[in-house]
Write a new protein. Structure first.
Length: 614
């Protein structure tokens, strides 16, 4: 039995072991979210591909069918690209829950936090070609990311054609590339990183097409690499392999001495280390990047477990393929493309190894960036250096592994409720999901209509490390407290909501963010005028506050006195920016209804609103 078949058996065993220990093997516990019959069926299909890979006559028959594939290269390209676009269209649920499409869409739509090239590019695209600007902004990001996913497929096709020496080798190389793309691009990867993933695959494809001779492809790789490094600083690990490829090209073209190349390489490496130190100096030391709130360090057992789970999640069999190709002793390690991609992979793995301790929390999407160069390195090894007799069996094994690995994600995300349950289960035992992350996940659940899950995540955020006084943690708890109160209130659980509002009022007695909550507390305590005044004060501060507007509309209909209803209408006029109605309401209100402070604030708002008119 060959190493790839053994690897698939190990993958099958790990999948079922992870069903029993999902909190430990979170990177490979996909079967835990499926009915047992479906899990057994997928396992059976994977076992069938394993059996086919061991049967020589079956492999020969499949090889003949692949050689006689009736669709030409262009038709195959269209089919594969359309398939990638269709995945984004039909399976967007986890993309919204695991990714940050809503968060980044808010940044783009509001024009804030455009502090990175990725967000700036998205902002420019949205300004010129945005779809549904008055509706679901997140749909725009799914569309853009789908386009980038199709570009990933195209780059994978180019790479596979360059490194495959026969049909089986090319298909094997392509499968190795795209088996990681769905997870990277829409099953958890935030849209903020989609341009980065595209840049990384462009760099990898350019290095393969360069092949030690073609300078134009190397220049294209440099363009993509510089864009990628600017888009996200951590992605600067794509530059060392380009430097190495440039040095190898110069040596081949101009016969530079080995000593000169080593000196130049050391100088560039020192510059890279200095740049990395400058980027990380305010977060961690250069050699051992520990953060004050990190649950472990670079060499801790917890970090090793997370790195292992990240590999299992993204590319469980790729290292086995590389090892098999290298062991064949066909000159793989002398190929300049393999050397450059090897440095690409190692640099990516080392850069990502520092992410957890520096951030102080698990960020598996950042950790997964290394899988793009790893996939490219594996594709070259499989297409060029795997013995011909192992390519077709290896292709069958990889097809079975990819089905076992990716099919659960597709099957679960076909049902929105199952997708929400899957996401909630993924973070249930995750020690890295602190108050801030649980609060953000709860907001995504609430936006998606999964109110029960949102309530559970808000409560979990409030209970997470209650003695932590970090500013970000305290802010996450306050947001969770406020959102939980309003969610309970809107669901009709008034008593529980008022208890939450009472806690929020104690924590933020004078803060504008708690005005609407304190207003509802006053309303249910029978202090209607004070309730309306608080809503008015909130809308003076933030006229776009939806919940304050809804409270004002309720007060304008339900207040017992005419003066209080008129005061609520005044608040709604201010929220709408209607200076005429505001002036009329002020004139009709008795002097004691507003109070001295609010009267001054309202008149100031009215004067400013009138002066700002053209």
């Amino acid at each position: 039995m060959k190493p790839l078949q053994v690897g698939l058996i190990g993958l099958l065993s790990l999948q079922w072991l992870a069903v029993q220990f999902p909190e430990r093997l979170w990177g490979i516990h996909h079967l835990a979210f499926l009915p047992s019959t479906v899990s057994l069926g997928l396992t059976g299909v994977a076992a069938a591909t394993l059996a086919l890979s061991l049967h020589a006559e079956s492999c020969a028959w499949i090889g003949r069918k692949l050689q006689a594939w009736p669709v030409g290269p262009r038709g195959t390209m269209v089919l594969l690209v359309a398939s990638m676009g269709g995945l984004f269209t039909h399976y967007p649920v986890a993309h919204r829950l695991l990714g940050d499409s809503g968060l980044i869409a808010g940044w783009v739509a509001s024009g804030v936090r455009a502090d990175s090239l990725s967000v700036q590019v998205f902002s420019w695209l949205y300004a010129h070609w945005g779809i549904g600007r008055n509706g679901d902004t997140s749909a725009f990001f799914i569309a853009v990311t789908a386009i980038l996913g199709c570009l990933y497929v195209l780059c994978s096709l180019v790479l596979a054609r360059r490194c495959g020496t026969d049909a089986a080798g090319r298909i094997f190389a392509f499968l190795l590339m795209v088996s990681i793309a769905p997870l990277l691009l829409f099953f958890g990867y935030p849209e903020h990183y989609a341009p980065v993933i595209t840049g990384l695959v462009l760099v990898a494809a350019a290095i393969v097409a360069w092949d030690g001779r073609h300078l134009s492809w190397l220049l294209l790789g440099w363009s993509a690499g510089l864009f990628t490094a600017v888009a996200h600083h951590l992605a600067a690990f794509c530059l060392p392999p380009l430097v190495l490829a440039t040095l190898l090209h110069l040596r081949h073209a101009h016969r530079w001495s080995t000593r000169a190349l080593i000196g130049l390489g050391l100088g560039l490496g020192a510059m890279g280390l200095a740049l990395a130190g400058w980027v990380l100096h305010d977060r961690a030391s250069l050699l051992l990047p520990f953060a004050a709130k990190a649950p472990y360090g670079v060499f801790g057992l917890g970090h090793l477990m997370d790195a292992t789970n990240g590999l299992l999640l993204m590319a469980p069999l790729h290292p086995v393929v590389i090892g098999t190709a290298a062991a064949a002793r066909r000159g793989m390690l002398r190929d300049p493309v393999v050397v450059a991609l090897g440095l690409f992979t190692v640099a990516g793995a080392l850069a990502m190894a520092a992410v957890n301790p520096v951030l102080g929390a698990l960020d598996w999407d950042l950790m997964s960036m290394f899988s793009v160069p790893l996939a490219a390195l594996t594709a070259v090894g499989a297409g060029r250096y795997l013995p011909p007799g192992l390519r077709l069996p290896g292709l069958l094994v990889m097809a079975g592994a990819s089905l076992l690995h990716l099919a659960p994600w597709f099957l679960v995300n076909h049902d929105p409720t199952a997708a929400a349950d899957m996401v909630e289960a993924m973070v249930r035992h995750d020690p890295h999901h602190d108050a801030e992350r649980r609060m953000k996940l709860a907001v995504k659940f609430e936006d998606g209509g999964f109110d029960d899950a949102a309530v559970r995540q808000y409560i979990a955020a409030l209970r997470s490390k209650e003695d932590d006084t970090d500013g970000a943690v305290l802010h996450a708890r306050l947001v969770s407290l406020r959102n939980l109160g309003f969610l309970l209130y809107e669901r009709g659980d008034i008593d529980s909501a008022l208890d939450v509002f009472d806690r929020l009022g104690e924590l933020l007695p004078e803060e504008s963010a708690s005005l609407t909550a304190r207003s509802l507390l006053s309303w249910h305590a029978g202090e209607q005028r004070n309730a309306v005044r608080l809503v008015l004060a909130r809308l003076l501060t933030d006229p776009l506050d939806v919940r304050a507007r809804e409270a004002g509309q309720h007060f304008s209909r339900s207040a017992a006195s005419d003066a209080d209803r008129l005061l609520a209408n005044l608040a709604l006029s201010i929220a709408a920016g209607d200076t005429t109605s505001t002036a009329r309401a002020i004139a009709r209100l008795p002097p004691d209804v507003l109070g001295t402070s609010l009267t001054h604030d309202v008149r100031t708002w009215l004067a400013l609103a009138r002066s700002s008119r053209p």
